[in-house]
Design a protein around this ligand. Structure first.
Ligand code: ADP
Length: 279
């Protein structure tokens, strides 16, 4: 384009790496040996897949590990409208002409961040393949539109999350993508540990947290019998937070546990009955 001045204003020197550092230690209650396993995987710069249902602690775990390792963390919530350019970057028009804007994956590769692609299966497959060269010995990212090959910083690592419950034949990661990652299985922790988490995060006493966990167990038994998913740890924390603000437990449970999960009146009655058993 005539008269257009192309500026490269988003090069590495201008990226403030510190903004992606996690300042305070995130509360994370280890469940198994995931901390040691992740640490070893990071030392090998192995791409890691965190598998498990929604709200069971995957994101919190990555935040905790990034903090522990002292590395910046860039999180991308993937969705079906996401294109490869949303990850990699694009040319933008401004009053001075066009300028290249790095996408989050490119920024992470340049500064040596941990790049966490949350629910990557939501993204279209042509989007997913852009991560391939970053996940093998090449460790590079071609910016085709810009004509640049970004060599990943030695500290760069890619982490994806994946909820096996949601996958169908239509929507699943390709084997060629899956087989580039080491995987850690996540699930809701044992009742004792989950109650500890809910008490800590929700600011309620242990007895109340234990009741909330029991209600969640009832709902998780209904998975596949009218419910797609049981109540997540995240929802239990929400209910606990409402209770700690003075809301009565039944109303808190209805707002945080029952209503988000289902619109089916019979199923709501069933869940309400579970709540009433404990509160
Ligand atoms: P996911 O990424 O699996 O959807 P999150 O990491 O966002 O879930 O977890 C949801 C919430 O549950 C967190 O904000 C945190 O309060 C709580 N939580 C779940 N598991 C743990 C854990 N092991 N340690 C600390 N908090 C946890």
């Amino acid at each position: 384009m005539a008269g257009v001045c192309e500026r490269e204003s988003n090069e590495m020197s201008e990226i403030d790496r510190d903004q992606y550092l996690i300042e305070r230690e995130p509360y994370y209650r280890p469940v198994q040996n995931e901390v040691a396993m992740y640490r070893a995987a990071y030392e090998a710069r192995m791409p890691v897949m965190l598998k498990g249902p929604t709200g069971c602690g995957k994101t919190r775990f990555v935040e905790y590990m990034a903090w522990t390792l002292g590395k910046p963390l860039i999180t991308v919530a993937c969705n079906e409208d996401m294109t490869a350019s949303d990850l990699v970057g694009r040319f933008l028009l401004d009053i001075n002409g066009t300028k290249w804007q790095d996408g989050p994956l490119t920024v992470a590769a340049r500064i040596g961040a941990i790049c966490y692609l949350d629910e990557v299966v939501e993204a279209r497959q042509d989007t997913t393949v852009v991560i391939h060269p970053l996940t093998d010995h090449r460790r590079n990212l071609p910016l085709e539109k810009k004509g640049e090959l970004v060599q990943a910083h030695p500290d760069f690592q890619i982490v994806i999350s994946y909820n096996p419950g949601y996958q169908s034949l239509m929507k699943d990661l390709k084997q060629s993508t899956k087989q580039r990652f080491g995987a850690l299985d996540f699930d809701y922790p044992t009742a004792e540990i989950e109650a500890e988490i809910v008490a800590h995060e929700g600011g309620v006493d242990k007895a109340t947290a234990e009741k909330l966990v029991q209600i969640a167990h009832r709902s998780r038994n209904l998975k596949g019998h009218g419910l797609d998913e049981g109540m997540s740890t995240r929802l239990l924390v929400y209910a606990a937070q409402l209770i700690s603000k003075g809301v009565d437990p039944q109303s808190a449970a209805r707002m945080a546990l029952v209503c988000p999960l289902t619109d089916d009146p019979d199923m709501r009655d069933t869940l309400d009955a579970a709540v009433n058993t404990y509160f």
